[in-house]
Ligand binder design. Structure first.
Ligand SMILES: Nc1ncnc2c1ncn2[C@@H]1O[C@H](COP(=O)(O)OP(=O)(O)OP(=O)(O)O)[C@@H](O)[C@H]1O
Ligand SMILES: [Mg+2]
Length: 581
């Protein structure tokens, strides 16, 4: 609750003015029936004349104008308050998500984070908007109309003593039934968004596997579930209206029955204008209760959404540099050491993905990592820029535990071309500038040249200003990989990690890229993960991995003599080479 109140603070003025101006409207609403009743009464008594009639009309117009000003002002400030409030909440959720580690993101799923950032925040915004409009209006009208009615006709007011509690019980029942249904509905929105997000971002893969029907079925199911939960929740809301109206009509009928007896002088005496005024108050009282019930209904939805947003805001970011002891330290040499490193993605799982890894990489060396798919190569190198943290043991860069660097300095020093890499919408130049915002055009071209990208970029009609579409879909796989390498090179990192980053590049081009690394990046430590033995053969040091463990370290010649696994990989790749030839 404290959190939600803290967002009110910057907009306190709007939060106060909104409801206050609504009170003006309420006062008008309670006064109006009084004028009308008075006119009717005077007309039936025969005392009404033109000047008096004019006076009442003037009073009514004035009240109406006042009500309008209050209503418009109240709505204006209410909207301003709720929109600003929601924008701030959204900003904080977004910032938090940006701080999330890979593990945090894995936990929530992207689809669910998107729903929380959009739909859930909107639910809260709508609720606050309604709350600000109604929090004074409904109780205000309820109390105001009740006082006026009792003052006007105490003899008839006992009717409220019955109808109000009965109505309150009905409303309570409706809210209690609707509450859990909204929670379920929000979950279904989540599912639907996840489904849509996944299939729309990957629509190309869906099409290439002709899986449209399957995806449509999946969507239809999620959509159907949302519809069903929506109907189940709406049923209650739909029921709410007619039941209330019926109840209100019964109350009015009772008032007319007993009131008419009084007007006719059977049980008492009552002016007809008073009766009409009394009925209007009764309507206002019951209506305001109905509005209150709607507000509670919305609150149940907002609470469900609020919980989901809190989950994100409360999530502990598991990788931070809060306790880093050497925040000013930067990566200067680029030596790396793994000491007894054990890691698992699922912390309660028994099998670890990496098991007691020990490895020393001197600064400036080129290291190849090779091993069967799924053996933990990507996982191993992810620990260097702290995309994940070790469970046991430590990773040292320049002799310092990676946890002791500030995340910024560590990641500035480590350039990593991810296996699953993406480019963003924008020009090629914009994308390359991710590596270094202040790079000159000359530096950009040099980096692209080293990555063997300059030639094909220049062949594009717009060159470096070519617009890339979201995810970089309008360049080929090999071109995309080279752009990603150029982007990393521009960082001039002390440690450069290429995770299977040349798999889509032809061997001749790949050889040229390797040559560039050798001459242009002499001082940087280069770690190259590859499937092709050709890609790592010339490295100073080759690491062979199998099932989360290192089974051999050495040069190509050494491994060819000592490591059976390496020999097997070599043999199988050369065999297929010969077959091709
Ligand atoms: N984000 C993740 N969450 C849970 N498990 C994961 C995750 N990423 C990888 N794994 C698992 O960890 C193991 C090692 O995966 P890793 O990506 O390190 O393999 P790899 O050697 O890079 O394989 P490849 O050559 O196919 O890229 C695999 O069994 C994989 O299923
Ligand atoms: Mg991998």
């Amino acid at each position: 609750m404290k959190r939600w109140l803290s967002y009110v603070k910057p907009y306190t003025l709007y939060f106060v003015l909104g409801p206050l101006l609504m009170i003006v409207e309420v006062i008008g609403e309670v006064l109006m029936p009084m004028y009308l009743g008075q006119i009717l009464n005077e007309a039936s008594e025969g005392t009404l004349n033109t000047p008096r009639c004019f006076m009442y009309i003037c009073l009514m117009i004035l009240t109406a104008l006042m009500m309008m000003a209050g209503g418009v002002g109240g709505a204006y400030f209410g909207t301003k308050a709720s929109v600003n409030y929601a924008a701030d909440v959204r900003r904080d959720v977004y910032r938090k998500v940006q701080k999330f580690s890979f593990a945090n993101i894995d936990k929530f799923s992207t689809g669910s984070l998107v729903t929380r950032l959009t739909n859930d925040v909107t639910q809260i915004q709508n609720f606050i908007n309604t709350l600000l409009r109604m929090c004074m209006r409904s109780p205000g009208i309820f109390i105001g109309a009740l006082i006026m009615a009792i003052r006007l006709r105490p003899q008839l007011s006992w009717i409220f003593a019955i109808s109000v509690p009965v109505l309150a019980v009905i409303i309570g029942f409706i809210i209690k039934t609707a509450f859990p249904r909204f929670g379920i509905m929000q979950e279904k929105v989540d599912k639907l968004n996840s489904t849509v997000q996944e299939s729309v971002t990957n629509v190309r893969v869906v099409k290439s596997f002709v899986r449209e029907d399957y995806e449509i079925d999946k969507f239809t199911e999620a959509n159907g579930n949302l519809k069903a939960s929506g109907i189940s929740a709406m049923k209650i809301i739909i029921l709410n209206g007619p039941v209330m109206t019926l109840f209100m009509n019964i109350t009015v009928a009772a008032i007319i029955w007993f009131g008419a007896h009084q007007v006719m002088g059977i049980t008492d005496t009552m002016a007809p204008g008073d009766l009409s005024q009394f009925i209007t108050y009764a309507n206002q009282i019951l209506n305001s209760l109905m509005m209150l019930s709607m507000m509670f209904m919305m609150s149940s939805r907002a609470i469900a959404s609020g919980r989901r947003i809190s989950e994100v805001l409360d999530e502990k970011v598991d990788i931070s540099d809060e306790y880093a002891s050497q925040k000013d330290m930067t990566v200067t040499n680029g030596s790396i050491e793994f000491k007894d490193v054990t890691f698992r993605y699922y912390k309660n799982s028994e099998d670890s993905v990496l098991e007691k890894i020990n490895l020393t990489i001197p600064a400036g060396k080129t290291v190849g990592i090779i091993g069967s798919t799924g053996c933990g190569k990507t996982t191993l190198v992810s620990l260097i820029p702290r995309l994940y943290d070790t469970d046991e043991g430590e990773v040292l860069v320049d002799g310092v535990n990676v946890r002791d660097y500030s995340l910024r300095n560590l990641r500035e020093g480590v350039g990593m071309v991810l296996q699953k890499n993406v480019l963003f919408s924008g020009t090629i130049e914009d994308n390359l500038r991710w590596g270094d915002e202040d790079a000159t055009m000359k530096e950009i071209i040099a980096a692209a040249d080293s990555a063997q990208a300059d030639t094909f970029i220049k062949n594009f009609k717009d060159g470096y200003q070519t617009e890339l579409e979201q995810g970089g879909v309008n360049v080929s796989g090999g071109q995309k990989q080279r752009l990603c390498i150029a982007r990393a090179l521009l960082k001039k990192p002390k440690i450069l990690i290429l995770d299977d980053s040349t798999s889509a590049v032809d061997t001749a081009t790949e050889a040229r890229i390797r040559e560039e690394f050798r001459t242009g990046l002499k001082d940087s430590t280069k770690i190259i993960i590859a499937q092709r033995i050709m890609s790592v053969m010339e490295a100073d040091m080759i690491v062979v991995m199998n099932d989360g463990q290192i089974t051999g370290v050495g040069t190509h010649d050494e491994l060819m003599k000592t490591n059976t696994e390496y020999q097997e990989i070599y043999a199988s790749q050369m065999e297929s080479k010969e077959k091709e030839a």
